[in-house]
Design a protein around this ligand. Structure first.
Ligand code: TXA
Ligand code: MG
Length: 351
C-alpha cells in the first residue's frame, strides 16, 4: 500500500503551493491523479519509463494499451512528434485546449512503454485549469490514462478516483466533477483521411466542419471479430464495466420502454435485482425496478456527463442487471453509445 496524498484544489481559486506539491511528485517520478474536463486522469512523466510503468501497475492495465501524453502549451508537442500535418495544425488551433487527442508519428524521445511499442504517439492539451497548471508546474509531458482501475467505468468525480486508486498512487488532486464526462475523441491524423479511433467530446460533425471528410474506425460499434482489430488498442478490451450485467435495448423509444418493462418483470420474477437506466423523458414509465435517469434526451451532453457516475451508482445499489435505454448515435450520442455498448459487452436487444 502506498501512502496517497489527497490534495484538494478549488479550480476557481487555485492554491499554487498545494498544486506545486503534486507537480513535484510528477517531477520526481511518482504518479498523481488529477481532474480534466473529460474524466480524471492518472499522470506520470511520459518520458520516464519507470514512472510510466507505475501507471500500468496501479491500474492493472494491459501493457499493450498505449497512453495519451498531456501537454500545457503548443510548443511542448514539437519534441514529442516527427511532424505536424497541416490538418493537425488546423485542428489544434480550433480544438486545443479541449477534448481532442491526436495521433502523430512519435519522436525518439518518447519511450516505447508510453506508446505500447507503437511508432505513433497520442497527444492532447486539456482545458481544465487544474490539469493545465499541474502540467505546466511539473515541467514534463504527462502521460495519463483515465484514473480508474482497468475495466471499470472512467472516474468523473473525485470519490470515484479515491475508491479505485487510494493506496495505489502517490497523490490524488481533487478538483470537482469532470464536466464532459466521456473521454476525449481520439483522431488518427497520420493518414490522408483522418480516422476517429474513439468517439468523444469533440464530435465527427465538429471535426468535419473544420477539415472536411473524416472516417470512423469500423471496429468502434460492432463486436470485435478477428477481421476487425480496432486501431486504438484500448478499444478491444472490456471496458467501463460495472459489476452488474448491462443489457442495451435498441429501437423506437415507445418499443424500448415497453420491452424494458417486460424484461424487468421477467427478471424480477427470476429473483434478480433490476436497475433501469432511463432518461428524464421516460423515467416515469416504469412501474418498478431501481430507476435512475442518466440525463435528458433533448440535451445529450447531460447524458454524457452522468453516464459513468450512474453506472457506478447501480453498483452501489447492488443491482445485478442494468437494462439501459439507448439514445441516438449523433453528436456526443456517438460517444455515449460507444461506451454503453462496451459496458454491455455488446449485449443488445433490438425491438
Ligand atoms: O479524455 C481522455 O482522453 C482521458 C483524460 C485523462 O485525458 N484519458 C484517457 O486515456 O481516456 P485512456 O488511456 O483511458 O485512453 C486512451 C485511448 C486508448 O483507447 C488507447 O488505446 C488510445 O487512446 N491510444 C493511445 N495512444 C494511441 C496510439 N498511439 N494509437 C492509437 N490509439 C492510441
Ligand atoms: Mg480509460
Amino acid at each position: 500500500m502506498k501512502n496517497t496524498e489527497i490534495i484538494r484544489i478549488n479550480k476557481e481559486n487555485i492554491d499554487l503551493e498545494k498544486l506545486q506539491k503534486a507537480a513535484d511528485i510528477l517531477k520526481k517520478g511518482g504518479i498523481v491523479a488529477f481532474p480534466t474536463e473529460t474524466v480524471y486522469g492518472l499522470g506520470a512523466n511520459a518520458l520516464d519509463e519507470d514512472a510510466v510503468k507505475k501507471i500500468f501497475k496501479a491500474k492493472g492495465r494491459p501493457s499493450d494499451n498505449p497512453l495519451i501524453i498531456h501537454i500545457s502549451e503548443i510548443e511542448d508537442i514539437k519534441k514529442l512528434v516527427l511532424e505536424i500535418p497541416k490538418k493537425a495544425e488546423v485542428l489544434m488551433e480550433k480544438f486545443w485546449p479541449g477534448p481532442l487527442t491526436l495521433i502523430f508519428k512519435k519522436s525518439h524521445i518518447v519511450p516505447g512503454i508510453t506508446t505500447a511499442g507503437l511508432d505513433t504517439v497520442a497527444v492532447r492539451m486539456p482545458s481544465h485549469p487544474v490539469a493545465k497548471l499541474l502540467i505546466k508546474l511539473s515541467r514534463v509531458p504527462v502521460a495519463a490514462p483515465s484514473a480508474n482501475l482497468s475495466g471499470k467505468p472512467s472516474p468523473t468525480k473525485e470519490e470515484h478516483v479515491i475508491k479505485d486508486l487510494k493506496g495505489r498512487v502517490d497523490g490524488i488532486v481533487c478538483g470537482g466533477d469532470a464536466a464532459i464526462g466521456v473521454e476525449s475523441t481520439v483522431l488518427d491524423i497520420t493518414s490522408d483521411v483522418p480516422m476517429i479511433l474513439r468517439p468523444g467530446g469533440v464530435t465527427k460533425e465538429n471535426l468535419e466542419d473544420v477539415i472536411g471528410s473524416v472516417k470512423v474506425d469500423p471496429a468502434i460499434l460492432v463486436k470485435a471479430d478477428p477481421d476487425l482489430v480496432p486501431k486504438s488498442p484500448g478499444m478491444k478490451y472490456t471496458h467501463y464495466s460495472p459489476d452488474a450485467e448491462v443489457i442495451l435495448i435498441k429501437g423506437d423509444l415507445e418499443d424500448i420502454t415497453k420491452e424494458i418493462e417486460k424484461m424487468r418483470r421477467a427478471k424480477e420474477e427470476e429473483g434478480h435485482r433490476v436497475g433501469i437506466m432511463a432518461t428524464e423523458e421516460t423515467k416515469e414509465r416504469y412501474a418498478g425496478g431501481i430507476v435512475i435517469s442518466v440525463g435528458s434526451r433533448s440535451n445529450p451532453e447531460t447524458i454524457a456527463a452522468n453516464l459513468f457516475k450512474v453506472l457506478r451508482e447501480f453498483d452501489e445499489k447492488k443491482v445485478d442487471i442494468i437494462l439501459a435505454e439507448t439514445i441516438e448515435e449523433t453528436g456526443v450520442g456517438h460517444a455515449v453509445m460507444n461506451r454503453l455498448t462496451k459496458a454491455a459487452g455488446y449485449k443488445i436487444v433490438r425491438v
